[in-house]
Design a binder for this molecule. Structure first.
Ligand SMILES: Nc1ncnc2c1ncn2[C@@H]1O[C@H](COP(=O)(O)OP(=O)(O)OP(=O)(O)O)[C@@H](O)[C@H]1O
Ligand SMILES: [Mg+2]
Length: 355
């Protein structure tokens, strides 16, 4: 019989007593703060919770400034390096509460446990070293490979991310690679240590559309081949539609809606989600209405309204109701685990994607 851990999770299957796969990542009531220009600390991400199963795919979506990167960086244990602090909440990875552990525990997980790729790959690569040396350094450090094994691993990884002539290109410097190829190198570097979680923060935003499509295909293939779980960050709902099983919509530092993808796209319950869907410019994912952007912008931390943070931009706002108290997250569909932060969710009929 499989051994069970204290958390009731089988060490052999990773499943809990009910047979369901245990969460690989659980973010619980996360609060992140940065120093405020006027002194003290400013809450930037508030009460954010979500979970991801091993091999699962989840998107963090929202406009610029909604808190996606701050949340992702917190999962990686790098908040301190950006000048902020995790004020409260827990980040539980593979059953361990990292927020209660040491920085060393978190550092040791970066590489073999979790890895992150960023929007601008060229900035993440060191121009002074060949791409092969950079991949090799990471696997020597984390997997304990010798020089020869690490070089072979670098070539293997460049092949895995479909870089042509990998055996030659391994000795080239980052400047010799196009934006899309640099992003492939970054993915190779992160995946070389066999992480269980890959965080991709807007990995295709800086790339043109056809290159973007290929990188998304690559991420999908890698997930299938390796079983890595994906936390995909994007401001573009259309991009995540094809890639992610679950979508967390963020607005002004908090979760506005969290649901399986098909619910988010076909039955959105938050006016902000519906607004994001309405502004998707992609053929095949258009609504039957004219493309519309959501007027206005996200309020910055420190200027969040007292009531619903989206109320000043919401076409369904009900004065005296939406703007009086900060709405909590409501479970609107228990079976689908569909949560929404809108007091009018049950009574509104919102546009989703029409096919
Ligand atoms: N190092 C920092 N110091 C102070 N404030 C920060 C810092 N990093 C982020 N913030 C603030 O936190 C908020 C959320 O920023 P974040 O970078 O997470 O947004 P985002 O959703 O990733 O946006 P984008 O789509 O532009 O990448 C913003 O108001 C931003 O100004
Ligand atoms: Mg960001």
């Amino acid at each position: 019989m499989a051994r069970e851990t204290a958390a009731g999770v089988s060490a052999r299957t990773g499943n809990d007593a009910t047979g369901a796969a245990a969460d690989l990542l659980r973010v619980e009531n996360l609060n992140v703060e940065f120093p405020s220009p006027s002194g003290g600390w400013q809450t930037t991400v508030q009460d954010v919770s979500f979970s991801l199963k091993p091999g699962g795919s989840m998107a963090l979506v929202g406009e610029s400034g909604s808190g996606k990167t701050v949340t992702s960086v917190a999962v990686m244990g790098l908040t301190g390096a950006t000048g902020g602090r995790i004020a409260s909440g827990r980040i539980v990875f593979d059953g361990k509460d990292l927020t209660a552990g040491t920085q060393k525990q978190w550092r040791d997980l970066r590489g073999p446990g979790m890895g992150m790729i960023f929007q601008q790959p060229i900035r993440s690569l060191n121009p002074a070293f060949t791409v092969g040396d950079q991949i090799a350094e990471s696997v020597r450090k984390h997997l304990g490979m010798n020089r020869k094994q690490a070089r072979a691993r670098a070539v293997e990884m460049l092949e895995m991310v479909q870089i042509p002539r990998a055996a030659q290109r391994v000795d080239e410097y980052p400047h010799a690679f196009s934006g899309g190829m640099c992003q492939r190198v970054m993915i190779a570097m992160v995946m070389a240590c066999n992480p269980r979680l890959l965080i991709a923060d807007e990995p295709t935003t800086a790339l043109d559309v056809t290159v973007q499509e290929r990188i998304l295909e690559l991420l999908r293939d890698l997930q299938e081949q390796t079983g890595v779980a994906l936390l995909f960050v994007s401001h573009d709902l259309a991009v995540v539609a094809e890639l992610c099983q679950q979508v967390v919509v963020m607005y002004a530092g908090e979760v506005a809606e969290n649901a399986p993808s098909e619910k988010i796209f076909f039955n959105p319950r938050h006016p902000y989600t519906s607004g994001l869907i309405g502004s998707i410019p992609k053929p095949g994912l258009n609504t039957d209405r004219r493309l519309r952007a959501i007027p206005g912008g996200i309020p910055a931390p420190g200027t969040w309204p007292h009531g619903c943070r989206f109320s000043s931009r919401c076409e369904f706002v009900e004065p005296g109701r939406c703007d009086v108290a900060h709405p909590g997250l409501i479970r609107i569909d228990g079976a689908a685990e569909h949560d929404v932060r809108c007091v009018r969710a049950a009574e509104l009929s919102l546009d989703g994607v029409t096919v």
